[in-house]
Design a protein. Structure first.
Length: 401
C-alpha cells in the first residue's frame, strides 16, 4: 500500500448563515468552485491528472443537489476527464471525503484526488432534505432518535457539567478564534470571495463575537428546553432512566453557529506528487469511522479516536495537536476529559462555537486548520475528530513530512 500525502488545503471564509450574511449572495457552486480554482492556482498541474473529486454536502437539495461535485468541476473549467461525487456523512462529510480519498489512494487504484465540502446554510435550509430520522414518527420512536441539542444537554447532565463550564469553554473558543484571526493564523488557507466586478465580498470569518463575555453568555436562554418538553426529554430518559431530568444548558452561545462556506484539499501518492512537481505538507497516517448509541449520539468521537489510535499503533500522548468539532460544548469537554488532553494543545485556534459549522465543509476546514498550526508551531502529529448524527464518529491522524 502506498502513502497518502496532503499537498494543500484551502477554504473560503465562513459567512453568517443568514440572509444578511456576506455569503448569502454567493451560490454554493460558486463557493466550491472558488476553492477548486484556488487549488489549481496554488498547485499548477494539468487538471486531467486529478482522477476524482469527492465533496461532502449535508443538505443536497436545490442549488446543492444533483452532484454539486461534478457540476463544480465543469464550472471551474477543469478537464472533462475529472470525475466527481457528492457524499453525505452528515456533520463529518468534509472529513469523510478526505478519508475516503485517502483509502482510494492508499489502495493504489487511484493516485490523485481532491476532497472537500460545501454548505450554503443561508440559501439551503438545514434539514430541508427530510429523512426518516428527522420526520418519520414510527422510525424516531423505535430507534430513540432525538434532536442533537437534546443529546448535548443529555451529555452535560450525565457528566455533571455546569452551565458556567459550558459558557466558559464557549468564551475560550471566541477568544482563541479572535486571537488566531487577529494574528493571521488562518490566512494561509483562506481564499477571499469576490463578486463579478472583482470587489471583495468576504475575506475573513464573520461569525466571531469577540466582544462577548461570560455575563452575556449566561444571559442567553436555553435553546432546547422547549423542544425537549415536547416529548424528546421523555424519549431520552427512557433510554437513560437513571436521569431524573435533563439540564438544558446549551444555548446559541455555547453551540456551533450556522454559516456558509466551502473547502478543498489536494491529496496524492508520493510518486504522483513527485511526477507533478508538488511539495507535500503532511501524510495521512490513519483514518477511522464508527458508530455508537444513537440517542446520546454525540459521543461517537470517542470510539472513533480509540480506533484510529489503534490503527496508527499510537496512544493519545503521541498526538501534538487535537481538533474536535465544537458542535456543542458538552461533547467537546467530555472528549477532552476522556483522552486527558492538555488545554494548550486542544482546539487551540477556537472552533465552530466561534467560527460556525458549515456542515459539509467543516471537516476539511478543520484538517487545514490543524495542518497550518502544526507547521506554525513546528510540531508533527495531529488528530481531527467529529461527532455525527445517529451516533457516528470520524477521526483522522496526520503527520507532517
Amino acid at each position: 500500500m502506498q502513502e497518502v500525502y496532503i499537498y494543500d488545503v484551502v477554504r473560503t471564509p465562513r459567512g453568517r448563515g443568514k440572509k444578511n450574511g456576506a455569503l448569502h449572495e454567493v451560490k454554493p457552486i460558486d463557493l466550491l468552485t472558488i476553492t477548486l480554482k484556488a487549488l489549481q492556482e496554488r498547485n499548477p498541474m494539468p487538471t486531467e491528472e486529478i482522477e476524482d473529486v469527492l465533496i461532502g454536502c449535508v443538505t443536497p437539495m436545490g442549488e446543492q443537489g444533483g452532484n454539486i461535485a461534478k457540476a463544480a468541476i465543469l464550472y471551474a473549467g477543469w478537464s472533462h476527464q475529472v470525475a466527481g461525487m457528492q457524499l453525505n456523512r452528515l456533520c463529518a462529510s468534509g472529513l469523510d471525503a478526505i478519508n475516503l480519498a485517502a483509502t482510494k489512494i492508499r489502495s493504489g487504484w487511484e493516485d490523485c484526488i481532491v476532497a472537500g465540502g460545501v454548505e450554503s446554510m443561508s440559501r439551503v435550509k438545514m434539514g430541508s432534505d427530510g429523512g426518516a430520522l428527522q420526520y418519520d414518527p414510527a422510525v424516531i420512536s423505535q430507534v430513540g432518535f432525538i434532536p442533537q441539542g437534546i443529546s448535548a444537554d443529555l451529555i452535560a447532565t450525565i457528566e455533571g457539567f455546569t452551565r458556567e463550564e459550558l459558557d466558559t469553554y464557549a468564551l475560550q473558543s471566541q477568544q482563541r478564534a479572535f486571537e488566531a484571526q487577529s494574528n493571521h493564523y488562518y490566512d494561509k488557507s483562506i481564499v477571499p470571495v469576490y463578486d463579478m466586478n472583482g470587489l471583495i465580498i468576504l475575506e475573513k470569518d464573520e461569525h466571531l463575537r469577540p466582544q462577548t463575555t461570560l455575563e452575556v453568555l449566561a444571559s442567553l436562554p436555553s435553546a432546547f428546553a422547549q423542544i425537549g418538553a415536547s416529548g424528546f426529554d421523555r424519549m431520552a430518559k427512557m433510554k437513560y432512566p437513571f436521569i431524573e431530568s435533563i439540564n438544558h444548558y446549551h444555548t446559541a452561545g455555547n453551540s456551533s453557529g450556522i454559516v456558509d462556506g466551502a473547502a478543498a484539499a489536494l491529496l496524492a501518492s508520493p510518486q504522483k506528487g513527485e511526477e507533478l512537481g508538488l511539495i507535500p505538507r503532511a501524510r495521512i497516517i490513519a483514518v477511522a469511522t464508527c458508530s455508537s448509541e444513537p440517542t446520546i449520539m454525540l459521543e461517537g468521537t470517542i470510539p472513533a479516536t480509540q480506533k484510529v489510535l489503534r490503527k496508527a499503533k499510537m496512544t493519545a500522548k503521541d498526538i501534538d495537536l487535537w481538533e474536535m468539532n465544537e458542535a456543542f460544548a458538552a461533547p467537546v469537554l467530555k472528549y477532552q476529559r476522556v483522552f486527558d488532553i492538555p488545554r494548550d494543545c486542544f482546539n487551540v485556534n477556537g472552533g465552530a462555537i466561534a467560527l460556525g459549522h458549515p456542515l459539509g465543509a467543516t471537516g476539511t476546514m478543520l484538517l487545514g486548520t490543524l495542518l497550518d498550526e502544526l507547521e506554525r508551531r513546528d510540531l508533527h502529529r495531529g488528530l481531527v475528530s467529529m461527532c455525527v448524527g445517529g451516533g457516528m464518529g470520524v477521526a483522522t491522524i496526520i503527520e507532517r513530512v
